[in-house]
Structures are given as structure tokens and as C-alpha cells.
Design a protein around this ligand. Sequence first.
Ligand SMILES: O=C[C@H](O)COP(=O)(O)O
Length: 253
Amino acid sequence: MRKPIIAGNWKMYKTASEAKQFVEQVSGLVPDASKMDSVICAPSLFLPQLVVSAENSPLRIGAQTMHEAVEGAFTGEISPVQLADIGVDYVIIGHSERRQYFNETDDSVNKKVHAAFEHGLTPIVCVGETLAQRQDGNTGSVVEKQVAHALNGLSGQQVEKLVLAYEPIWAIGTGKTATAEDANEVCGIIRGKVADLYSEQTADQLRIQYGGSVKPSNIEELLGMQHIDGALVGGASLEAESFLQLLEAGNDA
Ligand SMILES: O=C[C@H](O)COP(=O)(O)O
């Protein structure tokens, strides 16, 4: 039985005071970590403050990206050492918005995944196809290639610890959710690829999230699917009430 994991990705939303207020409001209401994992991935600017605000709560704090180097002349970037040092637990790697607007590639995703593990961070690795790739019937081959690249060189034990997020690009922020069956089918393809690359046991342990217009009204159906172990949520994670409803669904799954 894989433990559900619901992660909010706030993207470039909220001010520092709004972020602090949100975490103070939800932290006492987050389900126990023995039942599920609950994460907020916030803008880097707020991370130190949110780690402190969440310290007595099961809520964990994540970053939305990072550089793969330990340190260096990389203006504007944040390193895995810096994230780990302030108590961040998770980091999203290879989100489609990073791939599209900030030149993140399968190769840099792989380097960042290795760097995350070297410094004790849990990577949430995003993969997913464009609408054109889906319409051309290439969804399976696209996500298999992304998964193989992202995991290259990792041990089976590391793969069992990471989180993969399947996010069809055409469903992000559009209100169009993949049907639960379609999302489950692709998550099953991802699990099958991991079984080929590693073992059935590793594939069985791996947690796979679905992301793309997840909201309180559709999360239960998604979490009811065999291969979907959680959700990576943008818009619906911004309001405390809807985030808590998502966690409740995770806790009941
Ligand atoms: O990381 C989250 C995803 O990009 C999904 O965003 P969304 O829930 O606003 O569609």
C-alpha cells in the first residue's frame, strides 16, 4: 500500500504575509503523516519562514526548482545545499513550465534529481505530454522517454523514494482534467517503464501523482485509480479551504 501524497504548487502566487497566514491556518488541520504526506511548494522567497511556521505540523515544505550545483556563480539560482540547510524537504524538478520557459531539459532534470538525493531532498519529478503529442498518439513514448532520462543512474532504492508527477501539459491551469481512466493509463505506463528499468518491487513502491486541474470535486475519483497515489495541484492549492479538502481526500484514499 503506497502512502498518498498531495502537494500544492503555488507557482508565482501569494505575498509573504498571505503565505504565512495560509500555513498558520492549515498547519493544525493537516492529516497525520503516518496516513499521508502533505506538502506545499512555495516561491523560494518564503521558504525559510514557512519551514518555521510548519515545524510543529505534519505539513512539509518544498521548493519549485533548484540548481544542480552545490554552489557557484549562478546569479539568481538556489542550490540543494541551501534548500536542505533551511529545512526544506521536497523539490519539484522538471515542471513543464520550467521546461517551456527556463530551458530545463531531460538532461538537466536528471542532474537535479541526483543533486536532490545527494543533499537529502525528495524530488517530485514532473513528466507529461503536449496536446499535439497526445493527438499524434505519442503520449506513452514521450513519458517513457522522460522517465528513463530523469531516472538515469539512480539506484532502485532512490527511485522508491522519489515522487513522479504525471502532468499532461494541456490539462495544466486550463480546467481540462484528463479523465481518471486516461490519467491512470499513463501512470500505469510510467509504472511499467520503471518495472522494466528496475524491478516490479521498485515500480510497486514508486508513488505517482497526477497533476492538471485537480480540485476537490475530482480528486476522489483520481485517487481511486490503481496507479494514482496523489496529486500535484496548482490553482486549487492556493486557498486554505480547498487545499484542506484535497488533503481530506488523500487521508480517506
Ligand atoms: O504543478 C501543478 C500543475 O502545474 C497543475 O496546475 P493546476 O492544478 O493549476 O492545473
